[in-house]
Design a protein around this ligand. Structure first.
Ligand SMILES: NC(=O)C1=CN([C@@H]2O[C@H](COP(=O)(O)OP(=O)(O)OC[C@H]3O[C@@H](n4cnc5c(N)ncnc54)[C@H](OP(=O)(O)O)[C@@H]3O)[C@@H](O)[C@H]2O)C=CC1
Ligand SMILES: CCCCCCC/C=C/C=O
Length: 329
């Protein structure tokens, strides 16, 4: 008999999540039936989407949603052998039983030298978000200038590096001087700390006096209102995330987007990465290749211990992560 530890949403978040909104519980798992397998989480992901999706998809008492890299520890399913690693969407649990549906085996080409946790970051959902957002939503072309915010995070850091691979100029904004130094190290042409610049408008203008062809927006809110005025004619805005708004109890009121959109003839498109699930293999193959060639660098903010899941999640929302926020069980 295996005892799983799970984190449940004790109370829906009001404003910024608090550790008291979560409860750690234990669940006895039954013996396996034919076709089932027992998995043990090795790395778990904490992601911004958990904040808005918890309100939309969960009720109090539910196990927190989320993705992990897990190892098969027992199997009565011939498609999964003991010792294999999978990416699962099984929520915040140390152990779980699956019938195999929805589990994604790590590619057989996954190099031994590469941390498996990258399957939750650069070579996983956030990397795919950067890849399809830049390719299919921004439709970035060589020579264009790309702006990305939350640039030192899981998605943003990949966006900037892919824009460089694609022959663009890239400007990144992040919330600390260490993050800015990291962006310069991984090849961003311009980077600044949006929290300390006297004027965001001026900082954006200084970084690219001619304006921006593409804006990969991870933040929304006031940042977007200011950046949109500096788009070039026919610019494209990929609305990827709105993390500056996820914790609002009262919706923000900002400048409206219509006038700059009309006069600059902009295209602004929201997207969810799962739109390209049918091209997942293509995206992962490209990302894995660039990582192995050293063209895309990865950084992870690893929190040790399953008991620290809520702290890691809250820390990521506060901006404490450089690169992908991961919990190592
Ligand atoms: N559409 C889609 O399919 C997907 C969308 N997303 C979205 O992409 C965005 C980035 O996600 P991800 O890369 O995983 O997360 P990150 O690794 O970038 O972590 C979140 C970062 O957001 C920044 N941040 C937090 N609060 C604010 C704020 N009020 N204003 C500005 N920045 C803030 C912080 O960086 P800093 O220190 O720079 O402020 C923090 O480190 C999120 O909005 C997320 O919801 C992610 C995956 C898929
Ligand atoms: C791995 C589960 C599917 C994740 C989809 C994430 C979409 C994110 C939206 C905003 O953050």
């Amino acid at each position: 008999m295996v005892t799983a530890k799970v984190w449940v949403l004790k109370k829906h978040f009001e404003g910024f999540p608090k550790t008291s909104d979560f409860d750690l519980k234990k669940i006895e798992l039954p013996n396996l039936k034919d076709g089932e397998l027992l998995l043990e989480s090795v790395f778990l992901s904490v992601d911004p989407y958990m904040r808005p999706y918890s309100r939309r998809d969960m009720k109090e008492g539910d196990i927190m949603i989320g993705t992990q890299v897990a190892r098969v520890v027992e199997s009565k399913n011939p498609a999964f052998s003991v010792g294999a690693f999978v990416v699962a969407r099984s929520g915040w649990r140390t152990h779980f039983i699956s019938d195999g549906k929805g589990l994604q085996l790590l590619p057989s080409s996954w190099p031994e030298s590469l941390p498996k946790s990258l399957a939750l970051g650069t070579v996983g959902m956030p990397g795919l978000t950067a890849y399809f957002g830049l390719l299919e939503v921004c439709k970035m072309k060589p020579g264009e200038t790309v702006l990305v915010n939350a640039a030192a995070g899981a998605v943003g850091s990949v966006v900037g590096q892919l824009a460089k691979i694609g022959g663009g100029k890239v400007v990144g904004c992040a919330g600390s001087d260490d993050k800015v130094a990291y962006l310069k190290k991984i090849g961003f042409d311009e980077a600044f700390n949006y929290k300390t610049v006297p004027s965001l408008d001026e900082a954006l203008r200084k970084a690219s006096p001619d304006g921006y062809d593409c804006f990969f927006d991870n933040v929304g809110g006031e940042f977007t209102s200011i950046a949109i005025t500096q788009m070039k004619k026919y610019g494209r805005i990929a609305v990827c995330g709105a993390i500056s708004q996820y914790n609002d109890s009262v919706p923000q009121k900002g400048n409206y987007v219509q006038v700059p959109m009309i006069f600059k003839e902009l295209r602004m498109e929201g997207f969810i990465v799962t739109r390209w699930d049918n091209r997942r293999e293509e995206g992962l193959k490209a990302l894995l290749k660039w990582v192995m060639e050293g063209k895309v660098k990865c950084h992870e903010q690893v929190t040790e211990g399953f008991e620290n899941m809520p702290t890691a999640f809250i820390g990521m929302l506060k901006g404490e992560n450089l690169g992908k926020a991961i919990v190592k069980v």
